[in-house]
Design a protein. Structure first.
Lengths: 502, 156
């Protein structure tokens, strides 16, 4: 394991690879800072460019954008109360009050430090888990893959924010969109309304529409983003001894929760940060302090979302199953580069596999180093009004989508998905489950069909095979748990207020 | 931008999300009806789409019932018409022009039109900004990234 990791380091530390790691985390932090552009938009924009890079460099670049954006997301949350990424929504709760009390420097430092520790713990777990997980993954057959996808899709709709029914409906819509195009087994054209759809709906179109265009439609007319005020002195940045001591527990608990939800397919950084905040608050001796600038309420979710964004690569790299929407795009990039992610990846492409993992280690160090010194640059960026940004984002989306398959139809489809995504959100439907369903749907169909064919329609096979039975048990536990908590929340016991998650 | 702010959303607006979803499910069922379904052990290309369509209809019905029974649903804050119209126009202009006129003119018009989604856009600012943005786009896409799209195409 150590040898492989050192091999990976030797790949990353080559100057022409290191530059992509640096570029990735820098772009990631930048787009994380800017509210309204998330990792999904940035990665979809860069997807066409990765055609011109080799697979290792493009993976390192795109992954860097992902975990870099987790660092950057906290900056806008703390300074402006505007979450830069979905996973830093919770960071606002205690980060912004700290900034209002004149302790912005401290909040930024604690956020960066917690992110770093969380990220490093996540990377360590990834390194430790890589070989055992790949060994297990090599024993995965069609029933296991089908079960795992079901678990991931259910986890995506049952855990987290928003209505569970609505999220599950969106997963189904995603699967439906994934069906469009030629059937993988028979080549039969399904729902091909135009010849351009024969290859299916483009992932780039769907992602850019649902996440990029829809947000622009919503925010283009708005005015009056507050401008950040900041005067930093080194003295204000560092926590006092007592404060520093109070951070250890929350960071470790946050990292543990984050690592779990990151590795679980279907859930990711956003859910991890919500869960760790809720946990800290529930088990705190002073729950009343949360929401008023309590440091554990800032450090736990920051550690969690960064740990999750690293362990999210466990299912992605070892099984080829994306844990969340961003991972789906990264897998898309790998496939476009002609590399099929899955258990064979570590064996067939050790340099890529370990190089990418080692790049996370290097990337987290770079992020910690550039976070605080460049804070003036990030504040400057936050001063740019959205009205000066969105026209450029629109053009980047148009050119990105068009150049991906040189298809005008894709541009029009992106607009259509943008309008649909905008309307969906107005009616409380989340777009992320659609993207996950879209990517995992074909995997589910293919493996389910194959299972039924091989085992002659015998559903007992899912129980007879041990790994599949384990996954089925997890799925059942998940369903039982969410039905139980739904019933408990609907009928609060007399005298107690209804318990609200997060 | 808030055309009407209904205190009590009407039954129709509360039925909208479930209804649209139901339409999607039924539409999928109807279009996919002719696809060969096969059996469980030998699934045809129509099997999974039909199953998914039925699932969608069930979810739609459930959502419909829940939304109609509860009272605090769909606090719709009105549509952002201005953003919707100008963003759509900008992207459609880009899609129409890029194959006909080339990248530079289509980027120019897309930026210019999209800027009017902002209520406070002023013509002179728009012009200056658009020229700069188009130049930056040309630099990024054609000079640095060398995307294989012609800057200008001859009208034919």
């Amino acid at each position: 394991m150590i040898d492989q990791f050192l091999l990976g380091l030797s790949v990353v530390l080559q100057p022409d690879v290191l530059i992509y790691a640096f570029a990735g985390v820098f772009i990631g932090q930048l787009i994380g800072v800017l509210p309204g552009i998330g990792a999904i938009t940035a990665i979809s924009l860069l997807l066409p460019i990765t055609f011109y890079l080799d697979a290792t460099a493009s993976m390192i670049l795109l992954a860097g954008i992902y975990y870099g954006s987790q660092y950057g997301g906290s900056i806008a949350s703390i300074l402006l109360n505007l979450p830069g990424t979905p996973s830093s929504v919770v960071t606002c709760l205690d980060g912004y009050p700290l900034a209002q009390n004149g302790r912005a420097g401290l909040a930024l430092f604690v956020a960066a430090f917690s992110s770093f520790i969380g990220g490093m713990i996540g990377v360590s777990i990834l390194v430790l888990a890589a070989i055992p997980m790949t060994t297990i993954a090599l024993r995965f057959g069609a029933p296991e893959y089908a079960m795992l996808v079901v678990l991931g899709l259910l986890a995506a709709s049952l855990i987290g924010t928003g209505s569970q029914l609505r999220s599950f409906a969106m997963v189904l819509v995603g699967i439906a969109l994934g069906v469009v195009g030629a059937d993988a087994t028979t080549g039969f054209y399904r729902f091909v309304a135009m010849p351009e759809l024969a290859d299916g709906i483009s992932l780039v179109s769907l992602a850019m529409g649902l996440f990029g265009v829809s947000e622009i439609i919503r925010h283009a007319t708005h005015h009056g983003r507050p401008t950040p005020r900041l005067n930093l002195k080194i003295r204000d940045i560092l926590p006092t001894r007592a404060e520093a001591r109070s951070l250890g527990g929350p960071i470790l608990r946050g990292s543990a929760i984050g690592s779990f939800f990151g590795a679980l397919p279907g859930t990711g950084a956003a859910i991890a940060s919500f869960m760790s905040y809720a946990t800290e608050k529930r088990f705190s001796r002073t729950p009343g302090k949360f929401g008023k600038g309590h440091l554990p309420g800032l450090s736990a979710p920051e550690a969690a979302n960064n740990a999750a964004s690293q362990t999210g690569f466990i299912p992605t790299l070892t099984l080829g199953i994306p844990g969340d929407a961003v991972m789906a795009l990264i897998i898309g990039a790998l496939i476009l580069n002609g590399i099929i992610p899955g258990p064979r990846l570590m064996v067939d492409q050790p340099l890529l596999f370990w190089g990418v993992i080692a790049s996370f280690f290097v990337g987290n160090i770079i992020l910690l180093l550039i976070n605080i010194p460049l804070i003036r640059l990030w504040v400057l960026l936050l001063r740019i009004p959205y009205q000066k940004l969105y026209p450029i984002i629109i053009v980047m989306i148009c050119v990105g989508v068009y150049s991906h398959r040189t298809s005008v139809v894709d541009v029009v489809l992106t607009l259509a998905f943008g309008i649909v995504g905008y309307l969906m959100k107005s009616y409380r439907f989340e777009p992320a489950p659609v993207l996950l369903g879209f990517v995992l749907g074909p995997l589910l169909e293919d493996n389910f069909r194959r299972t039924m064919l091989i085992y002659r329609g015998d559903f007992l096979i899912f129980v007879e095979r041990p790994i599949s039975a384990g996954l089925l048990a997890c799925t059942t536990a998940l369903i039982v748990f969410s039905v139980y908590s739904a019933i408990r929340n609907r009928r609060p016991p007399a005298g107690l207020p209804a318990k609200n998650e997060h | 931008m808030t055309p009407d702010n209904p205190q009590q959303p009407t039954a129709l607006s509360r039925a909208l999300s479930g209804g649209v979803l139901m339409a999607v499910g039924i539409g999928m069922l109807v279009i996919g009806w002719s696809y060969p379904v096969g059996q469980l052990t030998q699934m045809g290309p129509g099997y999974v789409p039909r199953a998914i369509a039925i699932f969608i209809c069930v979810m739609a019905a459930t959502i419909l019932v829940i939304d109609l029974r509860s009272t605090d649903v769909a606090r719709s804050d009105g549509l952002h018409w201005r953003g919707l119209i100008f963003v759509s126009a900008a992207m459609l202009i880009f899609a129409t022009l890029v194959d006909v006129a080339g990248l530079v003119p289509s980027m120019f018009l897309a930026v210019a039109v999209s800027m009017f989604a902002d209520r406070q856009a002023k013509p002179l600012t728009v012009l200056i900004y658009t020229v700069l943005a188009t130049f930056a786009g040309w630099l990024l896409f054609l000079v640095i990234l060398e995307l294989p799209i012609p800057a200008f195409r001859r009208w034919s």
